[in-house]
Design a protein around this ligand. Structure first.
Ligand code: HEC
Length: 194
């Protein structure tokens, strides 16, 4: 039963980006194709993908807020820019079961808080999906506002959605130990458990 749940969760998680990528490549080839009568096969727009992924993170049966964390990282902790002054890290079951390997389907979420440790400023997400970014650990990056809409770059930078292969995220995270672009599975002096 447990195995089934995990398998299902993996299928859902792994399937997401795949479905999205297939739909965008279909879009490229077909221009403004309205010809497909089936709603289910209509290409997912990027915005629809961000929203469906947000729904996945917050689905009633298993919202990210009820996930555990990586070893030693479950409490709210001091953060650094561009994360909040405080942050809380969540990891899905696939990640928790193998924090060093972080297999495909792993999802890591940080809630970024202000100095009062209560004001949620934004939510940053890493989702490991095959083919997302083969040169950079295959992570797909997302930044959401607290209301679940995708964060965007300032007007003068084109209001681009902060999602996908986000250079700023990748540049900094490349300095994490273990060459996996993840900080929270590296040892740290203050870690309160092993
Ligand atoms: C200037 C460096 C820097 C930048 C830029 C940055 N991060 Fe991070 N990020 C960190 C550090 C350091 C941690 C570990 C925080 C801790 O454990 O206290 C972290 C942690 C995380 C985590 C938890 C997993 C991990 O690696 O520990 C996620 C998810 C995350 N960041 C997403 C993002 C996203 C998405 C972006 C881009 C929108 C981004 N980060 C940009 C430094 C950065």
């Amino acid at each position: 039963m447990r195995g089934l749940t995990i398998a299902t969760a993996c299928w859902i998680a792994c399937g997401f980006l795949l479905a999205f990528r297939q739909s965008t490549s279909a879009q490229e080839g077909s221009g403004s194709s309205r010809s497909s009568p089936q709603r289910a096969t209509r290409p997912m727009t990027p915005d629809e993908f961000y929203q469906s992924f947000w729904k996945h993170l917050n689905k009633q049966e298993n919202p990210y807020k009820k996930w555990g964390s990586l070893p030693g990282r479950k409490d709210i902790r001091a953060g650094t820019t561009p994360h909040g002054e405080f942050l809380r890290i969540y990891a899905n079951k696939i990640a928790i079961d193998d924090p060093k390997g972080l297999p495909y389907g792993s999802i890591l979420v940080t809630e970024n808080y202000g100095a009062d440790q209560e004001t949620l400023k934004d939510i940053t997400v890493m989702y490991r999906s095959k083919g997302a970014a083969p040169q950079q650990g295959d992570w797909y990056w997302l930044k959401y506002q607290p209301d679940g809409t995708i964060a965007r770059t300032p007007e003068k930078e084109g209001k681009k959605a902060i999602a996908g292969k986000v250079t700023s995220c990748i540049e900094c995270h490349s300095k994490a130990g273990g060459k996996d672009l993840v900080y929270s599975n590296d040892p740290e002096k203050e870690a309160n458990e092993k």
